[in-house]
Design a protein around this ligand. Structure first.
Ligand code: SAH
Ligand code: SF4
Ligand code: F3S
Length: 472
């Protein structure tokens, strides 16, 4: 996708507005109350952001929202396919909602998201879950009004899982989950085809939003009072490559940093193969960009990295981490890592441990390899047992726990500016440092702090979170 052919036309979006009105009037005839939707999103922040747009579209169709499935007229699961366990959990949850059809015969059960984008899954739902009314993939979110209308009018099941390269629909309504922190998608899809990963198959080709659309949404978030904006994409470092204008991720970051307002900027996910020194210099220079870098390394061994098709070596990764820390002393780094990639030996896994020990991450998202049908890694020989991988996994998490404990112990007595997000429990507030470490601190009566930046002094570091008190 080199040209900008992937934007949904305004005619198509207008057509969906007509379906919005048509579906709303059918719903008002069918129900004697305002229709209620239960929407649950699984998976990554990109999916959560899609969920906010899905809820925006449903709200325009007249839906209100409920957090109780038994009260809903529409139950919608926005699914994730990243690991087998994620899929199994969703199958289980879908089976469990069938019962609500008894008490509410008008109930619409709908499934969407990454899992539905796989043909084998859509077929399984068609055959084995006949009570599911609506199934749609990741490329047709903007067509929800039409899909619901078609189901309401015919009473038939509707399946729409087109296998295209994907589109971008701008100007969809958004119903955000909160107004202190905001998700801001800057690109969709992925072209990297890491050999273990299902994302490129279910999210289509990499495509960027236009910078003016991203900036407009950033301004909207700031005007709403949002204080923590996270730019989202599977590989934000390659932002702009699909656009016909002079932009890259560093330039976009700088432009958002230059917007007026009191907020911080985060982004994820960065891919080491496209993470440039220019980007790290931009991060260092931009005062609103959090000094936190989530840079997944996946493995510390060069043979495994090659088999994973990651496009960088251990040495290149370490050099980037070094440079990042040089230009941003005190930088907090986090990462993703996979244990037990097919064919990985214990010696190779030890290279992952030494890399972790060298970089000293704040925290790690650790996963045991899960075979995803259709990916290259799914057909690689995988002789190490699950049990053995579990032992390696424990060795890794023990090491990280030790490193995290040392890092947080170092925070004692220091003061950090944190955005107060809400209550941890009664009388205790919480927030995150720029480096994404959770701090809990007692509320001070008479001070309204939620949604504000405040200075908190660390008194009691635990391993993963720290406790503190408001600094004078
Ligand atoms: N685009 C991001 C990652 C998105 S998926 C990136 O490239 O960094 C989030 C994480 O899930 C990955 O970083 C990887 O560690 C993990 N993951 C993806 N596929 C997996 C699989 N088949 N088995 C185990 N972990 C997997
Ligand atoms: Fe998956 Fe790799 Fe793309 Fe990340 S960069 S989404 S791990 S294929
Ligand atoms: Fe899952 Fe899809 Fe995200 S597979 S991790 S929800 S892109």
């Amino acid at each position: 996708m080199s040209s900008e052919s992937y934007f949904v036309s305004s005619e198509e979006l207008e057509k969906q507005k007509e379906y919005t009105a048509l579906a709303a009037s059918l719903l008002s005839v069918q129900l004697d109350h305002r229709p209620l939707a239960f929407v649950h999103t699984y998976g990554c922040q990109g999916n959560v952001s899609d969920g906010e747009r899905i809820k925006g579209i449903l709200a325009e169709m007249g839906y209100g929202f409920t957090d109780k499935e038994e009260n809903a007229d529409l139950i919608l699961y926005n699914t994730c396919a990243i690991r087998e366990h994620a899929e199994d959990r969703i199958y289980g949850n879908v089976g469990a909602i069938k019962k609500y059809k008894k008490s509410n015969p008008n109930l619409i059960i709908a499934l969407c998201g990454c899992m539905m984008q796989q043909q084998r899954v859509a077929e399984k739902i068609r055959k084995s879950y006949p009570f599911v009314n609506l199934v749609f993939g990741t490329h047709v979110i903007h067509k929800i009004p039409e899909l619901i209308y078609r189901h309401l009018r015919t009473g038939k099941r509707v399946f729409s899982c087109d296998d295209s390269d994907g589109v971008i629909a701008e100007n969809l309504p958004v119903r955000r989950d909160g107004n202190i922190k905001g998700w801001l998608p800057i690109m969709y899809g992925c072209n990297n085809f890491c050999s273990y990963c299902i994302v490129p198959y279910v999210r289509g080709r990499e495509r960027s939003r236009r910078p003016e659309d991203v900036i407009a949404e950033a301004k909207e978030l700031i005007a709403m009072g949002c204080k923590d904006i996270t730019l989202l994409g599977q590989n934000v470092n390659s932002y702009g490559k699909s656009l016909d204008c002079d932009i890259n991720f560093s330039k976009l970051l700088q432009q958002i940093n230059d917007l007026e307002g009191d907020f911080i900027i985060r982004f994820m996910t960065s891919h080491p193969k496209d993470c440039t020194k220019e980007l790290l210099d931009t991060m260092a220079r931009c005062d609103k960009v959090a000094k936190h870098l989530h840079l997944p390394f996946q493995s510390g061994n060069n043979r495994v990295l090659r088999e994973m098709n990651r496009g960088y070596t251990r040495e290149q990764y370490l050099e980037l981490a070094d440079y990042a820390r040089k230009v941003m002393p005190g930088l907090s780094m986090t990462s993703d890592v996979i244990v037990g990639f097919p064919g990985e030996t214990y010696e190779e896994f030890r290279d992952t441990l030494t890399l972790i020990d060298e970089v000293k991450f704040t925290s790690l998202y650790t996963f045991i390899f899960s075979s995803r049908p259709g990916t290259k890694a799914a057909s690689m020989p995988d002789p190490v047992s699950r049990e053995e991988k579990g032992i390696w996994f424990k060795e890794l998490t023990d090491l990280q726990e030790k490193i995290a404990g040392e890092r947080t112990a170092n925070m004692k007595g220091k003061t950090y500016t944190v955005l107060c997000e809400g209550y941890a429990k009664e009388g205790v507030l919480n927030g995150r440092t720029q480096g994404n470490i959770m701090i809990e601190f007692p509320e001070v009566s008479g001070k309204e702090l939620i949604g504000k930046f405040c200075d908190v002094k660390v008194t009691d570091p635990l391993t993963w979170i720290v406790r503190g008190e408001l600094a004078e």
